[in-house]
Design a protein around this ligand. Structure first.
Ligand code: FES
Length: 564
């Protein structure tokens, strides 16, 4: 039988009893009693970091979890891991997600703990934690730090970062002056917590709860609410049960059925397209291929029901007050696999039956009155994206769903920054703006640069949207007719690398096609002249570009993906 508590994962000296003697001695030195050291151990993985302001309350969450562990007779150990914030990791926090996942896996796999509580929130943290915990297959439960409260500015409710983008675009276009931008800036992130719109953090919290890794109803509570504190304590208490029983393990929760449920919820919340990359990576750690075609099919049946920015008008605090995620599950019950298991031993069907009947229909809409009819996210293919591409239809402009226009190509992010506002840029509202070498290998780390800014010369005339395509990602808080995740990416020699200024590109959202109107002989000629970009010389960046998989496979390292 596997050893538990302090007896597990001993340092190897060739004498197990000595190793335990030493370990206990150090803990006695830290003030622990013999009684405490016999209890089940719950690791509390904290992502507190001054470089992660979204996780400002992570220490309070960790303390509340630890309180719950102690109340249930367990012994909590709070320990740190890499923490990632979207605005503090250049060129992209995705570059470091796999490093964090490795850190989580190795710490969870090598420390003497019987279960682990994963404190996550800001975009990449929950995906990295789930990837690591699944690979370690340690009983794990997620508690998120919770979202910010909505801001208020001169009669308008503001949300990070949908309104950050809206206000910045207005400032760029000259319709908002500096002083007003400054006043609104103070209210965009009015409390600690994660972005309070349906960005990637909110999306991944909802999906982690749907996959079964959170206590039902906990994903949506604001960071500064008493619900957040009580839920955290309850998570600690439940983690002791998991430590004692040894389950459920992540491998029991991650199934094709729970993944399909995640796709249903992703469409219904009009979640972030980043979830496609993260779900593929999380599934890959369990040896399951995330089925993007299934996501597309699900989208044809499940409309957007959740009225949250950017697809709607409300914020996470409204979702929580409207009934929370289980109230949305109830709306979706004919589309979900109700037998999917959750971390607390219930099924989704059990939770739907016991959840309070109250629902605010303005926020969690009924199926016959959706926020957006049809799919929120669609998967495209075509000669420009042989392995696929994604578009968030719910954030795009219907008039551009069927569009053909000449390419304006930016060869890299540096090129984009240098030329986007050049008055001589040959661009019109009909152009298709192309950004390449911004993918997993090309950037590296596939930054959220896919929503290319509207060139000033067009924005200043009132143009709000145009077709933009790239091998980059896009923030879940962004909007526009933006085709993302084109695969294979340009730096891997995909057709995107061969596009030239003036080539005609056609987007057909209904037909799910993205085509480059250049004949095959010409493309073969261009391919023969193509040279792969130089790789970083050393270090983590070199490991990254040598082993990262493409977007549809999750951008994980190939050597960390479990065989199917
Ligand atoms: Fe942390 Fe948005 S930047 S959740």
């Amino acid at each position: 039988m596997a050893k538990k508590g302090l007896r597990s994962r001993l340092s190897r000296y060739g004498d197990e009893e000595f190793a335990l003697f030493l370990r206990r001695g150090f803990l006695k030195g830290a003030g622990y009693t013999d009684d405490a050291l016999e209890r089940p151990i719950v690791g509390v993985l904290s992502t507190a970091s001054d470089f992660n302001p979204c996780h400002k309350t992570a220490p309070q969450v960790a303390e509340a979890v630890a309180k719950g562990v102690r109340l249930a007779g367990g012994l909590p150990f709070i320990f740190p891991t890499i923490s990632l914030h979207e605005a503090f990791a250049g060129p992209s926090s995705l570059l470091l997600r796999n490093l964090m996942a490795m850190d989580v896996e190795e710490m969870v796999d090598n420390l003497p703990l019987d279960a682990v509580v994963l404190i996550g929130g800001c975009d990449k943290t929950i995906p990295a934690e789930l990837m690591g915990a699944i690979s370690a297959d340690m009983p794990a439960i997620v508690v998120n730090v919770g979202s910010m409260l909505a801001g208020r500015h001169e009669g308008t409710r503001l949300g990070a970062c949908t309104d950050c983008r809206r206000l910045w675009a207005a400032y760029r276009a000259g319709s908002l002056d500096g002083p007003e931008l400054d006043r609104a800036h103070d209210q965009l992130m009015p409390t600690s917590g994660t972005c309070m719109v349906m960005g990637t953090a909110s999306t991944m919290a909802c999906l982690a709860e749907t996959l079964g890794f959170m206590l039902p109803g906990t994903a949506t509570a604001p960071a500064v609410s008493s619900d957040r504190a009580r839920f955290s304590e309850a998570v600690g208490t439940h983690a002791v049960t998991m430590a004692k029983t040894g389950g459920p393990k992540p491998s029991e929760l991650m199934t094709k059925a729970s993944l399909r449920n995640a796709s249903v919820v992703l469409q219904a919340i009009s979640g972030s397209t980043n979830a496609l990359v993260h779900l593929a990576a999380i599934a890959g750690r369990a040896g399951i291929k995330y089925d993007l075609d299934e996501l597309d099919r699900v989208g044809r049946e499940v409309p957007t029901l959740l009225d949250l920015k950017p697809a709607g008008m409300n914020f996470m605090e409204d979702f929580h007050a409207a009934g929370g995620l289980p109230a949305l599950w109830r709306r979706l019950k004919d589309h979900l696999d109700l037998s999917a298991k959750l971390v607390n031993g219930e099924t989704i069907g059990d939770v739907i039956k016991r959840w309070p009947a109250y629902v605010d229909e303005k926020v969690i809409r009924p199926l016959d009155n959706p926020v957006v009819k049809g799919a929120a996210i669609a998967i495209l293919s075509g000669n420009l994206a042989p392995q696929g591409a994604a578009i968030k239809i719910a954030a795009a402009t219907p008039d551009l769903f069927q569009h053909e226009g000449p390419a304006v190509v930016f060869d890299s992010l540096d090129d984009l920054e240098a030329r986007i506002d050049d008055p001589n840029l040959n661009v019109t509202p009909q152009s298709v703006m192309v950004l390449r070498n911004a993918g997993p290998i090309g950037a590296p780390g596939m930054p959220e640069a896919g929503a290319l800014p509207i060139p000033k010369k067009l924005g200043s005339k009132g143009l709000k949207d145009m077709v933009r395509i790239s091998d980059a990602r896009m923030s879940g808080t962004a909007f526009g007719t933006v085709v993302l995740h084109i695969s294979p990416e340009a730096a891997a020699g995909g057709p995107l690398a061969l596009v030239r200024d003036g080539d005609m590109i056609s987007l057909d959202v209904k037909g799910r096609r993205l085509e480059l109107k250049v004949d095959e002989a010409e493309l073969a000629k261009r391919k023969a002249q193509w040279k792969a970009p130089a790789k970083p010389a050393r270090g983590y960046a070199r490991l990254y570009v040598d082993t990262v998989t493409q977007a549809e496979q999750g951008c994980d390292f190939d050597f960390l993906v479990e065989a199917e």
